[in-house]
Design a binder for this molecule. Structure first.
Ligand code: WTA
Length: 660
C-alpha cells in the first residue's frame, strides 16, 4: 500500500547516547556507511577480510564464494575449521579460561556457573562419550532438552566431532518430535529425564520413548539422558544411558574433528506454509562468521558484558545467540530454565538485577505480557529492581509495536539503552536488518537498516525493486555467508520455496512483506506473505495445524487463520466442520476444548487455537478452494468488502460470523 507522504507524521528519532557511541564497534553512521560501501565495492573481499580476521581456521580458505550452481552457494569452501574450537579452546589460549562462560539460573532460582575451562572439559567428555557410542562426523543427533548448561554442552559436543545436531524445542509433542527424528535420520537422541518450567515437570525422556514407538522406521541407536531431577524413568537396556555416567568414563581432552567450512553444523526445523516442517541446514564456517559479526556489530559485545538472550535453544535465536555467538566472542551468558511469570511476573527484572545483566535480548510477546502484568500488580513492576547494569536492549521474533517499544525503552532501558529491533529468520542464520546501537537513530516499530554486507530490497511480484514508500515483498539480493544451504534432504523444496521463479530465481524470498520509509529508507516488516503464523514469535504453518485438526476423528474439515492479538502478536482462529451435525452451546464448548487438547498433544501447546468456530461448511470457490482471506476477515470481526462473486456458498459467511 502506498503511504501518502502528506499524511506522514513527523518522525521522532531516538539517538544513541554519547557514551555508547564512544566505545561502540560501529561508532556512528559514517562508520556504518563505510562498511556498507566496502561491501558494495568488493563484495567477496569484504567477506574474505571478515572471515580471516574473526574466525580461527585450521586450514585457511583460498576461495570465498562459489556461485557456480545457484542457489546452492558455498562459502570459504576449501577452508577447514571446528566451531567448538572457535567457541572454547580459543579462550583457554588467550587467558580467559577462568572467566564465567555460563551463569545458569534454574526454575527454582538455584544458580550454577561454569567457566570456559569447565565448559571445555564437559564438552570434550561428552564429545568423547558420543564417539564411544559410535557417533561420528556427519551423523545426526537430535537434542530434545530444556534450557540448561548441558544443552549447550550437547550442541557444542556435536560440533566438536562434526556430528550434525538438530535441536527440537522441548515443548514439541511426541508426534512432532518423531517426525523430526525420522526426517533427520538421527542415530542418537540427547534428552533429559525431566524438564522443569514454572514449577511443573514434563517428562522429556518418556516423550522421546513415545516418539520412537510411533515410528518403527527410525534409526536411533542411543539415547543419552541428562539427569535433571533423578526421577525414576524407564530405561531400555543397551540403548539408553545417563549422560553423567557416560562422561565420567571419558578423557577431558578431545581433539576436534576439522571439517570443511561447508560441513553442516546443524539442521533446525521450521514451519512452512505447506507440508511438513523443513529442516533448515546451516554450514559451519559461514554461520559461525555471522554469529560472531552480529555479536560485535548488533550487540556491541564487550569482555565485561553479561549477555542474556531469553530465547530457548530450541529456536534459531537460542542457537546463534546462546549456544554459539556469545561463546565465540568470549562473553558471559545467562541461561534461564524457567518462564518470565514464575514465581512472579517480576522475575526477568529480578534476574537482571541479581546477575548484573548488561545486554538483554527478548521477544515482543514477553514484553507485552510483562507490561500487562505490571499494570495489574504494581509489586512486579520493573521500578522495584535495580536495572542500572543494562546498557543495550534487543527485540526479536516479530514486529515490536511502538507502544511496547516505548515502554521497554523508558521502563527497562531508562532512556539510556538503545534498542536493537532485529529482523531475521531461521534460514538467515543471524540478523539481517537491525540498528547498529552506536550509530543508527532509532524509530520505534522499525528494524531500520540492513547489516553491513547484506543487500536487502522490497520488490513487486515480478522481482522489480519498488520505490520507498511502497509495500512489497522483502528479498535479499545476494548470497551471504550464514544463509540456509538447503532443506535437509530436499534440494528441490529449498530451490522453489526460497528462490521463486516468479522473482527470477536469483532473489532470496524471506516470506515477509516490508515497506521502506519514504524519507529514511528504514524498513518496517509488515508481516508474513505466506500462510505462516507468528504466535508469540514462533512460526507455525496453518497447514500443520489444519492437518492435525482434520485428523481428529470428529472433524470433517478445518481451516486455520491468524488474527491480531494484543499479547501474542497473532493468535490462531480455527474454523471447523464436524462429521456430525453442527454443535451448539455446551456441546460446542466441550468439543472445542477437546480439539485444543488434541492440537497441544499432536503439535505443541503453542499451536492450540485460541478461538474455534463451528460451521456446516467453509467458504469455497467453485473449484473447491477454501477462501482463507474471507475467513481472516470473519476472524477479525470486520465487514466483508471483498469480491465474493467466485464463492460457491455465500450463505456460509453469515453462519460462520455468528458462530462465536
Ligand atoms: C518474524 C526468528 C518483525 C518474521 C529469528 C520472520 C520479525 C519470522 C522480526 C522468522 C522482527 C522475526 N520484526 N518480524 N524484528 N524477527 N520476525 O524463523 O516474520 O523463528 O520471517 O526466526 O519471524 O521466525 P524464525
Amino acid at each position: 500500500m502506498a503511504a501518502n507522504p502528506a499524511e506522514k507524521k513527523e518522525t521522532v528519532f531516538y539517538y544513541p547516547p554519547v557514551d555508547f557511541v564512544k566505545n561502540a564497534a560501529i561508532p556512528g553512521m559514517d562508520a556504518y556507511r563505510a562498511l556498507c560501501r566496502a561491501a558494495e565495492e568488493n563484495y567477496e573481499g569484504f567477506w574474505e577480510e571478515l572471515a580471516r580476521e574473526n574466525v580461527l581456521w585450521h586450514k585457511p580458505f583460498t576461495k570465498v564464494l562459489n556461485d557456480t550452481n545457484p542457489p546452492f552457494y558455498k562459502w570459504f569452501e576449501d577452508g577447514e575449521l571446528n566451531v567448538s574450537w572457535n567457541c572454547l579452546d580459543k579462550h583457554l589460549a588467550n587467558g580467559n579460561a577462568e572467566k564465567d562462560a555460563i551463569i545458569f539460573e534454574a526454575d527454582d532460582g538455584t544458580v550454577t556457573k561454569v567457566t570456559y575451562r569447565q565448559l571445555h572439559e564437559r564438552v570434550c567428555r561428552l564429545a568423547n562419550g558420543l564417539k564411544s557410542l559410535g557417533v561420528g562426523k556427519g551423523d545426526r543427533v537430535v537434542i530434545y532438552m530444556a534450557m540448561s548448561i548441558e544443552a549447550v554442552v550437547a550442541m557444542q559436543a556435536c560440533a566438536r566431532i562434526g556430528a550434525i545436531h538438530s535441536v527440537v524445542f522441548g515443548g514439541f509433542s511426541a508426534p512432532s518430535l518423531g517426525e523430526r527424528i525420522v526426517n533427520a535420520g538421527a542415530v542418537a537422541v540427547i534428552t533429559a529425564d525431566m524438564q522443569i518450567r514454572g514449577g511443573r515437570r514434563l517428562p522429556l525422556k518418556a516423550i522421546v520413548d513415545e516418539a520412537l514407538a510411533l515410528n518403527d522406521n527410525h534409526t536411533v541407536k542411543n539415547i543419552v539422558v541428562y539427569r535433571r531431577t533423578g526421577d525414576g524413568i524407564p530405561f531400555t537396556e543397551g540403548r539408553d544411558c545417563w549422560m553423567d555416567e557416560l562422561m565420567a568414563r571419558q578423557s577431558a581432552e578431545c581433539e576436534p574433528e576439522w571439517v570443511d567450512a561447508e560441513h553442516p553444523l546443524f539442521i533446525l526445523y521450521t514451519s512452512g506454509s505447506t507440508g511438513n516442517p523443513k529442516g533448515a541446514q546451516h554450514a559451519s564456517g559461514g554461520f559461525l562468521l555471522w554469529a560472531i559479526m552480529t555479536m560485535r556489530w548488533t550487540f556491541d559485545i564487550k569482555p565485561s558484558d553479561v549477555f542474556w538472550c531469553t530465547a530457548d535453544i530450541g529456536w534459531i535465536t537460542g542457537h546463534t545467540y546462546n549456544a554459539y555467538g556469545p561463546l565465540a566472542t568470549g562473553a558471559t551468558i545467562l541461561l534461564f530454565e524457567g518462564v518470565p511469570t514464575y514465581p512472579h511476573a517480576g522475575r526477568f527484572w529480578e534476574m537482571i538485577d541479581k546477575h548484573k545483566v548488561s545486554i538483554f535480548y527478548t521477544a515482543p510477546t514477553a514484553i507485552r505480557s510483562l507490561i500487562k502484568a505490571s499494570s495489574e500488580d504494581n509489586r512486579v513492576a520493573p521500578e522495584h529492581y535495580d536495572l542500572s547494569s543494562l546498557r543495550l536492549l534487543g527485540s526479536v521474533g516479530e514486529p515490536i509495536n511502538p507502544e511496547a517499544w516505548l515502554w521497554f525503552y523508558r521502563h527497562i532501558g531508562k532512556e539510556r539503552c538503545p534498542i536493537v529491533d532485529t529482523f531475521w529468520q531461521t534460514e538467515t542464520g543471524g540478523h539481517v536488518i537491525a540498528p547498529m546501537p552506536g550509530a543508527t537513530p532509532l524509530v520505534p516499530g522499525s528494524c531500520t537498516l540492513p547489516l553491513p554486507g547484506l543487500s536487502v530490497s522490497v520488490v513487486d511480484e515480478t522481482g522489480q525493486e519498488l520505490p520507498w514508500g511502497q509495500g512489497g515483498i522483502l528479498v535479499i539480493n545476494r548470497p551471504w555467508p550464514s544463509m540456509i544451504r538447503t532443506v535437509w534432504g530436499n534440494d528441490e523444496r529449498y530451490k522453489t520455496h526460497y528462490w521463486p521463479e516468479e522473482l527470477g530465481g536469483r532473489l532470496y524470498q524471506a516470506g515477509d512483506g516490508a515497506i521502506r520509509d519514504p524519507q529514511t529508507g528504514y524498513f518496517t516488516i509488515t508481516g508474513r506473505i505466506d500462510d505462516v503464523l507468528n504466535v508469540s514469535g514462533h512460526a507455525l504453518g496453518t497447514m500443520e495445524v489444519e492437518s492435525v485438526l482434520s485428523a481428529h476423528p470428529m472433524v470433517a474439515e478445518a481451516a486455520v487463520v491468524g488474527k491480531p492479538d494484543d499479547l501474542t502478536g497473532e493468535s490462531i482462529c480455527a474454523f471447523v466442520i464436524l462429521k456430525n451435525e453442527l454443535p451448539k452451546g455446551e456441546a460446542a464448548k466441550h468439543i472445542a476444548s477437546d480439539l485444543r487438547k488434541w492440537v497441544s498433544r499432536e503439535i505443541s501447546p503453542i499451536a492450540r487455537p485460541k478461538e474455534i468456530r463451528f460451521g456446516e461448511n467453509l467458504p469455497k470457490t467453485r473449484s473447491g478452494k477454501i477462501m482463507r482471506r474471507l475467513l481472516r476477515v470473519i476472524a477479525r470481526g470486520e465487514e466483508i468488502t471483498q469480491d465474493i462473486s467466485t464463492l460457491e456458498n455465500p450463505a456460509i459467511l453469515e453462519q460462520l460470523r455468528q458462530s462465536l
